[in-house]
Design a protein around this ligand. Structure first.
Ligand SMILES: NC(=O)c1ccc[n+]([C@@H]2O[C@H](COP(=O)([O-])OP(=O)(O)OC[C@H]3O[C@@H](n4cnc5c(N)ncnc54)[C@H](OP(=O)(O)O)[C@@H]3O)[C@@H](O)[C@H]2O)c1
Length: 242
């Protein structure tokens, strides 16, 4: 699939709204406003950051070319700003990493020390065609296990990886039963913080377990980008009812 530029993504949001597709809507304002740094402000990172900024969180979108983030920051409104990836790592008490999985080792080398002790959400999905052989290794062991090795010292949570960016843009805060979002992490407090951010983004969190269980919602699993509700995810993963 051809990658979209940020301008394309913003245009899609606008066209979707004009075509009567459900636009991004404001959810309830965040109960606990956070400072969220975003490393990788493309399709997934940009779309999630927009939702969090609208929900009342402070968001720093980052890029290696922050001058290209103006449209995104304008769209996100007064809670948003831009900077370099190191600014996002420093700014966030929560950091979202949304880079091609093959870039995660470098991001870890460059910024894990700055993010030490912080809650880090990793949404990256390994794809061998894009990321090379390291993707096969991560898929075999599970992303929760592999990403933890690339990001030593952070309070890692896998979440928001099993939703497509189009689902993020079109289905957030939908009426009726919300889309479910599997969440996995070893740090119970970090998982709780991320589950609240999933709710603030307009989805329904499903706590699956520790990082070793993130494998259960990696690419090609029955719950990956299938548009399931939380109840359906719990059934598919044989989790007890909420
Ligand atoms: N798109 C989806 O529907 C979706 C859904 C779920 C999960 N994901 C996963 O989320 C991740 C991002 O996907 P995406 O579709 O959002 O990709 P994308 O639109 O290409 O955005 C990725 C961003 O990563 C940044 N980046 C790349 N290499 C970097 C590096 N070495 N250091 C810092 N930043 C770097 C780039 O920012 P700059 O070039 O501006 O610095 C780019 O804007 C992937 O792992 C993907 O599998 C995507």
């Amino acid at each position: 699939m051809a990658l979209l530029t940020r301008r394309d993504i913003l245009a899609l949001i606008t066209v979707s709204a004009a075509a009567g597709v459900r636009p991004i809507r404001l959810g309830a304002q965040a109960a606990t406003p956070r400072r969220i740094g975003i490393i990788g402000s493309g399709q997934q990172g940009g779309s999630l950051g927009l939702l969090w900024a609208k929900a009342g969180h402070e968001v720093l979108f980052s890029s290696r070319h922050p001058d290209q983030l103006k449209d995104l920051v304008d769209k996100a409104g007064p809670n948003a700003r831009s900077g370099f990836p190191q600014d996002a790592a420093a700014f966030g008490d929560v950091v979202l990493i949304a880079v091609p999985y093959g870039a995660l080792p470098q991001v870890g080398k460059d910024y894990a020390a700055m993010m030490k002790g912080k809650v880090v959400i990793d949404v990256g999905n390994p794809r061998e065609d894009r990321d090379g052989p390291m993707a096969a290794d991560a898929m075999a062991r599970g992303t929760g296990v592999a990403s933890a090795e690339y990001l030593p010292g952070v309070r890692l949570v896998r979440a928001l990886s099993a939703l497509s960016f189009m689902q993020v843009q079109k289905e957030a805060h939908r009426a009726g039963e919300k889309l479910g979002v599997p969440v996995a992490g070893d740090d119970a407090e970090a998982v709780k913080i991320v589950a609240a951010l999933v709710t603030d983004a307009g989805f329904d969190p499903v706590i699956v377990g520790g990082l070793s269980r993130a494998k259960e919602f990696d690419r090609n699993t029955p719950v990956y980008v299938k548009g399931l509700t939380a109840k359906q995810i719990r059934e598919a993963l044989k989790l007890p009812p909420a």
